[in-house]
Write a protein that binds this ligand. Structure first.
Ligand SMILES: [Zn+2]
Length: 296
């Protein structure tokens, strides 16, 4: 499942290849891809067709293209969604759901027209058109994601406000990290990696954290995401805007996630797997001891 760094790689690709172009006649090939667009597939296509793209933005795992109509084309990739920029004549992908032809823009060969394609094998992803609401920065935020908190890579992320909200929440630390209304873009993999790096147990009560522990944790989140971005970011400098949906390229660098019974890179103790929120949590029992006052 794509997490924040993978989605940011896609955003950078869209910024490079789609911003500055306009859409031609948009074609929805599978209505499920626009199921969250309340007024239906025909309305979706009509609202996007002919619009110019002025920006490619992201919050957490949501991506959007700001349109010159004043609306936004919002995308969530779900489990397996991909946004590809392909030559218009290229054969359709097996799971192609929406075609969005692009008009030629500066630097593109007008003889080789391109299109943005939404490809989604498992159809958990979706596209919709939404109005923008003021978020205090930039050109606005799609209204349907206005409850999503800023992500830790956002320059306007407020560390003090996050630390205070974390303390008030009185829950297990990992549950708070996965709560998109507190901090967005952190999934199971990066939560486990950041907790390992900051030597905190996932069940630590949030109100027991010191301000410096919160700062250490946020620095760890940014470091693991930055490392993933650096690795994923090497492949986007091509016409193929891609996300593989598996975070596979980052697997070599993982210290905790998925490393059940393998030695901790810091102390050699076998990493242990525990069940939490119907998922697996991986941690080092020595470096990340369970606090005595743990909730779970
Ligand atoms: Zn350890």
């Amino acid at each position: 499942m794509p997490e924040l760094p993978e989605v940011e790689v896609v955003r950078r690709g869209l910024e490079k290849w789609v911003v500055g172009a306009s859409f031609g006649e948009v074609e929805v090939l599978h209505p499920r891809a626009v199921r969250r667009h309340a007024s239906g597939a025909a309305d979706f296509a009509a609202r996007v067709s002919g619009c110019g793209v002025t920006e490619a933005r992201r919050r957490g795992k949501y991506l959007w293209l700001t349109l010159d109509s004043g609306e936004a084309l919002l995308a969530h990739l779900g489990m397996s969604g991909q946004l590809l920029v392909q030559p218009r004549h290229a054969a359709a992908e097996r799971h192609l759901r929406v075609r969005l032809p692009l008009t030629a823009r500066q630097g593109h060969d007008p003889e080789a027209p391109q299109e943005l394609r939404f490809v989604d094998q498992r159809t958990f992803g979706h596209l919709l058109v939404d109005r923008l609401v003021d978020d205090g920065t930039g050109t606005g935020l799609p209204s349907v994601i206005s409850h999503i908190a800023r992500d830790p890579l956002d320059p306007a992320f407020d560390e003090d406000a996050f630390a205070a909200a974390l303390c008030r929440k009185r829950t297990e630390l990992k549950r708070a990290l996965l709560d998109q209304s507190l901090i967005s873009g952190i999934g199971n993999i990066y939560a486990d990696e950041a907790l390992w790096m900051s030597q905190l147990h996932w069940a630590t009560p949030t109100e027991a954290l010191s301000r410096s522990q919160v700062a250490t944790l946020l620095a760890a989140v940014r470091e693991v995401m930055g490392a993933a971005l650096a690795q994923g970011g090497t492949s986007f400098d091509s016409l193929y805007v891609n996300v593989n949906g598996e975070s596979g390229y980052f697997a070599r660098s993982l210290n905790a996630y998925g490393r059940n019974d393998q030695p901790c890179a810091r102390c050699g103790t076998p990493i242990q797997r525990e069940t939490f929120m119907n998922r697996s949590s991986y941690s080092c029992p020595r470096c990340q001891p369970r606090p005595r006052h743990a909730r779970a």
